[in-house]
Design a protein around this ligand. Structure first.
Ligand code: ADP
Length: 258
């Protein structure tokens, strides 16, 4: 089965997730971009010995992209399961990443799967797929991002147990950054300290603060021999903003750190 994907727990989320799986409860992972939600699901799928089916949601995602569709083959049409139908049949863990991006009518297809019925109706074939006990639905959601534009409907939210995520505490985050990149401990610690300062810039208009993912990317460049200031500029600052004033403010923080 290979090695477990590395995940440094922040609290009792692993035990809680296992209980949700055993109790057939759907789970909503709340937290900022790049804080470890996807890695957590990969780790838990490995621990539970279930296949993982991941769907990156976007604003064009239609219900048929999840459920499936008829496709024409030469002279006949054949049904093709979408990722959600496949996950239900396999008793997999189905992870819908950034679900607020998906259209509301798409999200509604999840409702019958997340209450006592645990079924996926496939209107086009007339099938009602009953989810086996091993099947689990997991959604991720970034509460800060585009909050005013998009949000999950309360009637959807109330169908999930919500586990809250945040960036790990500095010492833990440095461990993650070091382990994921192979950089020196001192570089990992300096990057995390810098991230703490950059995250305070949200009040000054930074739309998204740097997640652990960006720190890992910068650390990998450093571990590969890149000068830390350059690594921070290309992997940490430039992806976050195009605003020259903000970039300058962030560059000053970088220069003070390395
Ligand atoms: P999210 O799904 O929340 O956007 P990811 O799970 O993709 O974020 O995390 C981004 C990267 O950060 C991962 O690929 C991993 O390298 C690292 N990471 C963040 N938190 C952890 C953690 N607790 N344990 C291990 N790796 C982590």
């Amino acid at each position: 089965m290979g090695e477990a994907p590395f995940y440094l727990a922040q609290g009792d989320e692993c035990a809680l997730f296992e209980r949700c799986h055993a109790q057939r409860l759907a789970v909503l992972l709340k937290g900022p971009t790049g804080c470890g939600k996807t890695r957590f699901v990969e780790h838990m799928a490995w621990r539970l010995g279930r296949p993982l089916v991941t769907v990156a949601c976007h604003d064009d995602l239609a219900a048929s992209d999840l459920i499936g569709r008829y496709l024409v083959h030469h002279d006949r049409t054949a049904w093709h399961d979408g990722p959600l139908a496949r996950a239900v049949r396999e008793g997999a863990i189905c992870y819908l990443d950034e679900v607020v991006e998906a259209r509301q009518d798409t999200v509604v297809v999840l409702h019958a799967l997340t209450d006592h019925r645990r079924i996926l109706p496939i209107d086009k074939t007339g099938e009602q797929l009953a989810a086996p006990p091993e099947f689990m639905l997991v959604l991720s959601y970034n509460p800060g991002y585009q909050r005013l534009v998009k949000d999950l409907k309360p009637s959807t939210r109330q169908r999930f147990v919500a586990l809250e995520f945040d960036f790990p505490a500095p010492a833990q985050e440095a461990r993650v950054v070091q382990r994921e990149s192979g950089c020196a401990d001192s570089d990992a610690a300096a990057l995390v300290q810098l991230a703490q300062r950059l995250r305070q810039l949200q009040a000054q208009g930074l739309a998204e603060v740097p997640g652990t993912r960006l720190l890992v990317a910068a650390a990998r460049l450093v571990a590969a021999g890149t000068d830390p200031r350059t690594a921070c500029r290309v992997a940490l600052l430039a992806p976050l903003s195009d605003d020259p004033v903000l970039l300058q403010a962030m560059q000053e923080l970088v220069d003070a750190s390395f």
